[in-house]
Write a protein that binds this ligand. Structure first.
Ligand code: SF4
Length: 284
């Protein structure tokens, strides 16, 4: 099994990403987000572990990847999850890839990325995507128990944005948990120095839906209604009905455009709302 693979988000017909590769040093993720999609596809997802012979394999594989390719690090685990403090595999990855002419897109929820700032500055083409679902630290603690709080992520955006373009994933929108203060969230993202917002609605899978319902019992009835009764099945996900999805996404889009940010959606079939490539890679 190769480490650097063509990006294919579990064969989603709704993915509109430009061609790119995906690379994860870890299998699974210790951030333990309730809404995580990757947990449905990877066994023992919340018991993260390093990939076997990672460094040696990466050194061999990097030589075979065409010059100028985009590599997203990563899409199925966070490269700066807690295990990185100990194993530093993402740091080692960057030390190898800095010798190549690739376009690197790091995707994380952690300010641990700042430890690699000096190394990141050495890349000619680098884009960082930070996920932020809410400004409320208590809500974040419930939703993403092992992630750094929103304030630390905003600080990371601020520091990184001096040196490289930053995209923020305000994602997923879980109605009504994090959809009340959209204007404020967007303003904070802008103030921190980001260039683009990617936003999409939460899509229910059996396991993530169960986790959310366990932690937020007061929404069981509402979510049952808007996802199970009124929602639509697309692929293996339950989506909100299109009208509701559009309404939420257009709200974020309106605020983003108001403050001069680029905007895009992810796996919503609403590409007409995008002002930039859906994954932000046109900012390279
Ligand atoms: S950080 Fe990403 S990969 Fe890790 S648990 Fe959260 S959603 Fe899943």
């Amino acid at each position: 099994m190769t480490l650097i693979k063509p990006f294919d988000p579990w064969q989603s017909s709704l993915c509109s990403c430009p061609p790119k590769y995906s690379l994860s040093a870890y299998t699974g993720c210790g951030h333990s987000c309730l809404y995580c999609y990757a947990s449905s596809y990877i066994p023992r997802f919340y018991q993260p572990r390093p990939k076997k012979d990672y460094r040696e394999r990466l050194e061999k594989e990097a030589k075979k990847i065409p010059v100028g390719s985009t590599i997203a690090i990563s899409n199925s685990s966070d490269p700066y999850q807690p295990l990185e403090r100990k194993l530093k595999l993402t740091h080692k990855t960057l030390k190898i890839l800095v010798n190549y002419d690739f376009r690197i897109n790091l995707v994380t929820k952690s300010d641990l990325i700042l430890k690699d700032l000096d190394l990141l500055k050495k890349f000619k083409k680098i884009l960082v995507t930070i996920s932020l679902t809410t400004l409320d630290k208590n809500l974040s603690k419930k939703l993403e128990p092992n992630c750094p709080p929103p304030s630390k992520r905003l600080k990371a955006i601020n520091q990184l944005s001096e040196f490289m373009p930053i995209v923020v994933r305000f994602d997923p929108l879980i109605y009504p948990l994090n959809t009340k203060n959209i204007e404020r969230v967007v303003e904070k993202i802008k103030e921190a120095g980001a260039k683009q917002i990617i936003s999409s609605t939460y899509k229910a899978k059996t396991d993530n839906f169960k986790r959310l319902n366990q932690i937020f019992p007061k929404f069981n009835e509402l979510w049952g209604k808007i996802y199970k009764k009124e929602g639509q099945k697309i692929g293996s996900y339950l989506y909100l009905e299109e009208k509701k999805r559009k309404m939420l996404i257009e709200k974020v889009r309106k605020e983003a455009l108001k403050v001069g940010l680029e905007f895009s959606t992810c796996r919503e079939k609403l590409e007409n709302l995008n002002t930039n490539s859906c994954d932000g890679t046109s900012l390279f």
